[in-house]
Design a protein around this ligand. Structure first.
Ligand code: MIC
Ligand code: SF4
Length: 646
């Protein structure tokens, strides 16, 4: 049996363990990506670990999330990031240069490489034929310091594409179809490798849209082979020398196979408020709109904007709609400015935003009360838009732009001829907004504002836990629910005591106070449903609960990145062995776990007593031996410090 592209890359980067089902493997990371919302924490962690210079081939910090400077806080973070990047040997992409994933694809990604990013949509890089994985900041910090990235060896699922995308059907519809079939937890523990004749019609940005939103499947990552399309893209970006062909062997082995016939695909849409509530657009056509937003790291490439400009040209956005467009990078912005498309967009009344995450992370453009917002983004979790009772739908730029003109959700195939877009032979590349670090950093002074609060020391995980259930949740709780983002909260990303006040704020405003009241009474425990912690990689969804005294989280099952983050910050992650036991526990119950260390070390089962009900149940854990040691040490920082001391 031959190798898939994913296997080839994993094999050349394997530094620990053996590739095989159920094994934990360690891989070498060539590049790291950090952004401002998670990156300040990564830098604080690097400092806490005592690292003086990154050891990767390339590490880049982007400023793209915390762009609103309504007081000193975000501006302080930017200044800190710029100076600490200089000190640690990290490239710094200045605010205005674009969204991290779009810029990384354009300027740094390369076939055959590994990339670890402190952002869940890092798999965007898979469009170039690389293994790009999203992780918590601490894992990224360790990788930046030259350490391996550990992961449970993923299954490799081959997704064979046949046929061709039909007019008005976009690559976004491929990934929406995957979500329709597999759900937001269908990708757990898997790498999706797209292949087959259908990939020929997809250029690199189109492929990256598919890989980007593989994060919503809960996948480890997604990728495409590196072929002539990859070569063409890298050459157009002036980086032809980074191309190498990387194809699956003819008899490549895939653990599972799926097939999508692109000829049969129709425009799709995800309904509120989960990315897998996917139906054909025709099913919700006619729904009146209040807002349409095109952009985000999923759909802000030149082609995405060009389609919009073409359809908007000569028309005006419907009276009842506020439309925004966001170019994903300064290069894309320049491109549409140079060729006149920007004027078509402005004349149509669309509001052009700076190249950044913007409305995708709730940085402005909150929809009106009970408003319907149609977005080309990747997430529509409750409250993420900034308006709790808004209805957020996710779709392709094609669906978005036609609907913006019609004022209601519209199947774009009813619009007319599909616009022909001429792609640039050479993009207008200008890297002057990326600051390289100096060879000698000795003169660099790290600038810290008052909002930057160093991480507190974490104590060792106790051997005995006796705590109250502070909250019981339903399935599919996202890290947006646990720790919301948005203009109000993001400025506190480098200040844990302050940001912790927003924990579970949208779903349960009393959470913070209840936790604090329990902090000196043994702390608290959270009970969760299935796919707990899906979505963003933000480790604040683990650090803040830890700060508030949460000792354990017991759920039906976890999403990948959050599970890792809980371990990294010393919160015990357990799963119900019998799902029915979930129903026996209530908020307010006092639970006890004795001899935790021995139970975790010696097996997979942990006994939990319900002191309030006089009952008990068995929970299980899926941690490797290495992870058990990290958890019991009180988290990864403690464990790295211990290793450095010995
Ligand atoms: C997101 O899309 O939720 C974010 C904001 O990019 C996050 C990172 C963060 O919370 O800062 C992600 O996807 O990991
Ligand atoms: Fe930014 Fe949105 Fe992409 Fe997250 S999903 S990186 S917030 S554009």
């Amino acid at each position: 049996m031959g190798d898939s592209v994913a296997q080839k890359i994993l094999k050349t980067h394997l530094v620990d363990g053996e590739i095989g089902p159920g094994n934990e493997i360690g891989i070498r990371i060539d590049q790291t990506l950090h952004q401002d919302a998670t990156g300040t924490m990564v830098m604080l962690e690097l400092e806490a670990m005592g690292l003086d210079r990154v050891k990767t081939e390339r590490s880049v910090t982007y400023v793209d999330h915390n762009m609103l400077q309504s007081d000193f806080r975000n501006a302080d973070d930017h200044r800190y990031l710029q100076s600490v990047a200089q000190k640690l040997g990290i490239h710094y992409s200045r605010p205005g240069n674009g969204i991290c994933h779009q810029v990384h694809l354009e300027r740094f990604g390369a076939p055959g490489r590994t990339l670890l990013g402190s952002d869940s949509h890092t798999p965007t890089g898979g469009g170039l034929g690389m293994i790009a994985i999203g992780a918590g900041g601490l894992d990224v910090a360790v990788a930046a310091g030259g350490g391996a990235y550990y992961l449970p060896c993923p299954q490799i699922v081959g997704v064979r594409l046949t046929g061709r995308l039909q007019p008005w059907v976009a690559s976004k519809d491929i990934i929406l179809e995957m979500l329709r079939r597999l759900s937001v937890k269908g990708g757990f523990g898997k790498i999706f490798e797209y292949h087959g004749p259908g990939i020929e019609c997809l250029d690199v940005p189109a492929r990256s849209t598919v890989c980007n939103m593989g994060a919503e499947l809960g996948a480890t990552t997604s990728l495409f082979p590196s072929d002539w399309q990859t070569k063409k893209y890298l050459e157009a970006m002036g980086r032809g020398e980074h191309w190498q062909e990387l194809l699956p062997d003819e008899n490549a082995h895939y653990d599972e196979l799926l097939e999508i016939n692109l000829d049969e695909l129709v425009p799709l849409i995800a309904k509120p408020s989960n990315p897998d509530l996917v139906v054909p657009v025709s099913e919700v056509a006619g729904t009146k709109l209040h807002q349409v937003c095109v952009g985000s790291c999923t759909n802000s490439s030149f082609h995405d904007l060009a389609i919009c400009a073409n359809v908007l040209n000569g028309n005006v956005v419907a009276d009842n709609v506020s439309m925004t467009l966001t170019p994903g990078s300064k290069n894309v912005f320049n491109e549409i400015a140079e060729n006149g498309m920007l004027a078509d967009i402005i004349n149509a009344g669309a509001r052009i935003l700076e190249s950044a995450c913007g409305p995708c992370i709730g940085m402005g453009q909150a929809p009106p009360s009970q408003g319907v917002s149609l977005r080309t983004f990747n997430r529509n979790f409750l409250g993420r838009s900034g308006t709790k009772d808004a209805y957020v739908y996710l779709c392709s730029p094609e669906v978005a732009v036609v609907s913006a003109l019609k004022g209601e959700i519209t199947d774009p195939r009813d619009w007319g001829e599909y616009p022909a877009v001429t792609m640039p032979e050479k993009y207008l590349v200008d890297d002057r907004m990326i600051i390289s670090p100096p060879d000698d950093p000795s003169g660099v002074v790290v600038e810290r504002g008052p909002n930057i609060v160093p991480l507190e020391d974490f104590s060792v995980t106790p051997d005995s836990i006796e705590s109250e259930v502070v909250l019981k949740t339903a399935d599919n709780i996202s890290t947006d629910h646990i720790m919301p983002a948005g203009a109000k909260v993001l400025p506190f990303r480098s200040n844990i005591p302050e940001i912790s006040k927003f924990t579970y704020y949208v779903l349960d405003p009393g959470f913070h106070d209840r936790c604090l009241a329990l902090k000196d009474k043994g702390g608290s425990i959270i009970i969760g449903g299935s796919n707990y912690g899906q979505g963003s990689s933000r480790e604040h969804a683990a650090i803040a609960p830890r700060y508030l005294g949460v000792k354990a989280v017991i759920v039906k099952d976890f999403a990948r990145i959050h599970w890792n983050n809980l371990i990294n910050f010393g919160i015990v992650p357990l799963q119900f062995s019998e799902l029915a036991d979930y129903d026996t526990v209530e908020q307010g119950d006092r639970l006890a776990i004795r001899n935790l260390h021995a139970q975790m070390r010696n097996g997979r089962e942990v006994q939990v007593d319900n002191l309030t009900k006089g009952t008990g149940f068995t929970a299980k854990h899926t941690l490797s031996e290495r992870q058990v040691a990290v958890l019991l040490a009180g988290g990864l920082i403690n464990s790295v410090k211990l290793a450095n001391a010995s």
